[in-house]
Design a binder for this molecule. Structure first.
Ligand SMILES: [Zn+2]
Length: 79
């Protein structure tokens, strides 16, 4: 299985990132977004409790898909 990491456009660390709502071409990690100096003036910060739910749902979808692939590979091995 291949895991793809995204690079934060602010700190450069490889973490889960979301598109910054102020600079649309910047991917931002939750650490940089929550410590952003204009967060109190930002109309809709990328990282909010609701955006974390989206990432969790995405992770669940990846898990369901990998479980499905494992089942298919097991079935292939039996045949
Ligand atoms: Zn960052």
């Amino acid at each position: 299985m291949t895991i793809y990491w995204e690079r934060c456009g602010v700190c450069g660390r490889s973490l889960v990132t979301l598109q910054c709502t102020v600079n649309k071409d910047t991917e931002v990690c939750p650490h940089c977004c929550t410590s952003c100096y204009i967060r109190d003036r930002c109309s809709s910060p990328a990282w909010y409790p609701s955006s974390i739910k989206v990432v969790v749902k995405r992770r669940e979808a990846v898990k369901v898909f990998s479980d499905l692939m494992n089942l298919l590979e097991e079935k292939k091995a039996v045949e």
